[in-house]
Ligand binder design. Structure first.
Ligand code: XMP
Length: 317
C-alpha cells in the first residue's frame, strides 16, 4: 500500500544522499509531474535546485505569468525564460504536425541548453519522469521523451552530459498527485488537465502565427473558465479548443461574415491511451458557443468534437 508521507521522507533522504552539495537543473512545465519533482528536490537540496520555466509562446492565456508567480510563491528557485520569438521563428511557414513538433523540441533543447550553461557547475539533470513514461520510453511525447528522441542528432547538448535524477520514476499519476498533496501543493495545480509539450501549436491546424495563438488563447480561456464555473472541469480528463484552418460564412447584424471555425474537445480517459468524448450538457455548450462567437473577433462558428480514441486521437495533430 502506497503511503505518500513515507515516500516523501524516504525520497528526501535518498536525494540528499545521492546529490550531496551538488547542483541540479530542472525544466518546469507547469504540469503536475515536473512540479512535484521540483518541490521534492527543493525540500531535499534547497537553493541548489535551479528550475527553468520556458515560455514557448504556445501556452494558454496568461499561463506563463500565472504559473511563474505560483512557483515563486512555492519558494522554488525558478527562472522564467521568455523564448516566444525563438519558437515563432522556428515555426514560421511550417504546417506539417511532425515538423512543428520537431521544431519545438529542437528549440526547447537549444533554450534549455543555453540556460543550463549559465548555472555554473551543475552536475545533475532533474526530471519529472513517472512510471508510465519509463514503460513508454519509445514514445515521442512529453518533455523528457522529447529530449530522448533528439539526443543522437548531432552533438550532445551540454546538459545531456549531466547525471539524471528522477524522483518519481516508480510512481503512477495518482500517486504523484497524492505525493503532491502531502507536500502541500495547491490542489488546483495538482488537478490541472494534461497539456501537451508543443502546446497550442498542435491545436492550430496548419501554420502558426502569433495572431492565431492569441485568438485560440481567448477561445480556450472562455471554454476552460466555463468548465470551472459549472463544476465540470474536474469531471473531464482533458479539454481544449482547436483552431481549424477554414473559414465559414456567417451573418452578423445584416452583414455577411467569412471567419474562422473553432472546435471544442473534452474527453474522459484514465491514461490518454483511449478516450471517450464527454457528453457535456447542451445548455453549457450553447452558452459557451455564444460567448466565444460574441467575444472573440474573427470566429463565427463553434463545433463540438464527438470522436473517441481510437480511431481519432485526443489532439487533432
Ligand atoms: P493523442 O493526441 O495522441 O494524445 O491522443 C494523448 C495525450 O498526449 C498528449 N500529447 C502530447 N504530449 N507532447 C506531449 O507532451 C506531444 O507531442 C503530445 N501529443 C499529444 C495529449 O495532449 C493527450 O493528453
Amino acid at each position: 500500500d502506497f503511503t505518500p508521507n513515507a515516500f516523501v521522507e524516504e525520497t528526501i533522504a535518498d536525494l540528499r544522499n545521492k546529490i550531496g552539495s551538488e547542483k541540479v537543473v530542472l525544466a518546469l512545465s507547469g504540469g503536475v509531474d515536473s512540479t512535484v519533482a521540483a518541490v521534492l528536490l527543493n525540500k531535499a537540496i534547497g537553493e541548489n535546485l535551479h528550475c527553468i520555466f520556458v515560455n514557448n509562446g504556445l501556452l494558454r492565456k496568461n499561463e506563463f505569468q500565472n504559473v511563474l508567480e505560483q512557483y515563486n510563491g512555492m519558494g522554488l528557485n525558478v527562472k522564467g525564460v521568455d523564448a516566444t520569438d525563438r519558437f515563432m521563428e522556428a515555426l514560421a511557414g511550417l504546417s506539417d504536425p511532425e515538423q512543428k513538433r520537431k521544431a519545438i523540441g529542437r528549440v526547447f533543447i537549444e533554450v534549455f541548453d543555453d540556460e543550463s550553461k549559465l548555472i555554473d557547475d551543475a552536475t545533475f539533470l532533474g526530471q519529472g519522469t513517472i512510471y508510465p513514461d519509463v514503460i513508454e520510453s519509445i514514445s515521442v511525447k512529453g518533455p523528457s521523451a522529447t529530449i530522448k528522441s533528439h539526443h543522437n542528432v548531432g552533438g550532445l547538448p551540454d546538459f545531456m552530459k549531466l547525471k539524471i535524477v528522477e524522483p518519481l520514476r516508480m510512481l503512477f499519476k495518482d500517486e504523484v498527485r497524492r505525493v503532491g498533496a502531502s507536500l502541500g501543493i495547491d490542489p488546483e495545480l495538482l488537478g490541472r488537465h494534461p497539456f501537451p509539450g508543443p502546446g497550442l501549436a498542435i491545436r492550430i491546424l496548419g501554420d502558426i502565427t502569433q495572431e492565431k495563438v492569441r485568438l485560440l488563447q481567448e477561445v480556450d480561456a472562455i471554454f476552460i473558465e466555463g468548465l470551472k464555473e459549472k463544476g465540470l472541469y474536474n469531471k473531464v480528463w482533458q479539454a481544449g479548443a482547436i483552431l481549424l484552418p477554414v473559414n465559414s460564412v456567417g451573418v452578423m447584424g445584416d452583414e455577411r461574415t467569412y471567419e474562422k471555425v473553432v472546435a471544442l474537445r473534452a474527453v474522459a480517459s484514465t491514461d490518454g491511451m483511449t478516450a471517450d468524448w464527454v457528453h457535456l450538457p447542451y445548455e453549457f455548450l450553447m452558452e459557451i458557443s455564444n460567448k466565444i462567437i460574441n467575444r472573440v473577433k474573427g470566429v463565427n462558428r463553434v463545433v463540438y468534437d464527438i470522436s473517441s480514441k481510437p480511431p481519432a486521437t485526443i489532439e487533432w495533430e
